[in-house]
Design a protein around this ligand. Structure first.
Ligand code: 6PG
Length: 467
């Protein structure tokens, strides 16, 4: 990804890019393979710093973790106040907050920038989510704008907020990516197991869906994956790929952070857990003989069933984005970032993995009401979910009866029903908490905090008398 980003930078008018890798061999290979880029090869940090115009800008692309700290230290030693160090990896935003403060103390700017789009995006135009200071953005903005993807004439980059804001938003992007992928996988599973469609046929269904409101990069590539036939066995490739999903951690970070912030990102969490469950072969083998007590599900009208799955997917996707944006709002409040939600939706329209037509609707929703309390409550999304509801319920209940796991479809529907409920059984939870821990409760009919004397005469007292 780093070399592709460097090639992207070098291809822009007026740019000369110096490159450095700890292994000089890799640098040489890059230079030899891409003479058109006109790279300046450097073999030490000193040489690299000397090759750059001031104020210097360096973009680090290394595996997130301790390696990043080592590179930052090395660059800080050879850079000068006013220079800029950009970390373009998938760093944990709290690391970025820490690094930004430490580097800023030297007078050098540090910018944590989320970069999405994989290797191809890095080369042809990624979606970029930079944090860091406004001062650094002055210099960095034009550079990043020149290499970013373009959506409807606008570059997919904006100054997200200070210090770790960029990496925070990239983390949420990845959380949504996990949910989106799992939702598509559940739709595929239903189309195959209930609809009786073969992978190549499902590829056609996805290609068709990609022409409507579900249009997105992930739907598009899913069709490609499902069309692929394995050369050695002649089977659909998807049938010979081991069904254990990997993860590098950004989805788990999203969920851990959301737990800390108290934001229910249940769809994203289920997507992370679905990968974890898939990767437990011993447990799966041990459980494989357990009873299903499942009913056969054979819809009479296959086309209607396919349409139900599409609607359930769309509604669940709206929930995943709504939850992701809730996490952004909570993060912005907690860390004091001025994040413009509509701008984030805009820069996700092209270049990144979750790019989708539907992001325009999110931008419109936040433009109409910047203080929107939950994306799903915006008129467009409320209407979209309402239209999908009967289908969504048929799919989730049908899958439960048939014994087909749909963790993200089901949890998203449950979240929706929870959110719209007049009364929740949380009242009973409060009663239980008060019973065993005197944790007190509030009442619907009067002000104050109360406790029932559960082990005494069970009268209610004001919480000031409770312990
Ligand atoms: C992107 C991707 C990219 C990547 C992650 C997630 O935006 O370009 O999100 O960052 O695919 O590494 O990978 P895992 O699925 O392995 O966690």
């Amino acid at each position: 990804m780093g070399s592709n980003l460097a090639r992207n930078l070098a291809s822009r008018e007026g740019n000369t890019v110096a490159v450095f890798n700890r292994s000089y061999e890799k640098t040489e290979t890059l230079i030899t393979e891409h003479p058109e880029a006109g790279f300046i090869a450097t073999s030490s940090y000193e040489e690299f710093a000397a090759a750059l115009q001031k104020p210097r800008t360096a973009i680090i692309m290394v595996q997130a973790g301790r390696g990043t700290d080592a590179v930052i230290d090395a660059l800080t030693a050879v850079f000068e106040p006013g220079d800029i160090i950009v970390d373009g990896g998938n760093a944990l935003f709290t690391d970025t907050i820490r690094r930004e403060a430490a580097v800023r103390a030297t007078g050098i700017n540090f910018v944590g920038a989320g970069i999405s789009g994989g290797e191809e995006g890095a080369l042809n135009g990624p979606s970029i989510m930079p944090g860091g200071s406004a001062e650094a953005w002055q210099t960095l903005g034009p550079i990043l704008r020149s290499i970013a993807a373009v959506a409807e004439g606008e570059p997919c980059v904006t100054h997200v907020g200070t210090d770790g804001a960029g990496h925070f938003v990239k983390m949420i992007h990845n959380g949504i990516e996990y949910a989106d992928m799992q939702l598509i996988a559940e739709a595929y599973d239903l189309l195959r197991r209930v609809g009786g469609l073969e992978p190549a046929e499902i590829a056609e269904v996805f290609a068709e869906w990609n022409t409507g409101e579900l249009e997105s990069y992930l739907i598009e590539i899913t069709a490609e994956v499902l069309r692929q036939v394995d050369a050695s066995t002649g089977k659909p490739l998807v049938d010979v790929i081991l069904d254990q999903a990997g993860a590098k951690g950004t989805g788990a970070w999203t969920v851990q952070t959301a737990l800390d912030l108290g934001v229910p990102v249940s769809g994203i969490a289920e997507a992370v857990f679905a990968r974890s469950l898939s990767s437990k072969p011993a447990q799966r083998a041990a459980a494989s003989a357990m009873p299903a007590a499942a009913a056969e599900w054979a819809p009479d009208d296959r086309a209607a069933f396919v349409e139900d799955v599409r609607r359930a997917l769309y509604a669940s996707k709206i929930i995943a984005y709504s939850q992701g944006f809730d996490a952004i709002v909570a993060g912005a409040e907690q860390y004091d970032w001025d994040i413009k939600k509509g701008e984030i939706a805009k820069i996700w329209r092209a270049g990144c993995i979750i790019r989708a037509q539907f992001l325009n609707r999110i931008t419109e929703a936040y433009a109409a009401d910047p203080e929107l309390v939950a994306l799903v409550t915006a008129p467009y999304f409320t209407e979209a979910v309402a239209g999908a509801l009967p289908a969504w319920r048929r799919i989730v209940s049908g899958a439960a009866l048939a014994g087909i796991p749909t963790p993200t479809f089901a949890s998203s529907l449950s979240y929706y029903d929870g959110l719209r409920a007049d009364r929740l059984p949380a009242a009973l939870v409060q009663g239980q908490r008060d019973f065993f821990g005197a944790h007190t409760y509030k009442r619907v009919d009067k002000e104050g905090t109360f406790h029932t004397l559960w082990s005494g005469d069970r009268t209610e007292i004001s919480a000031t008398d409770a312990h």
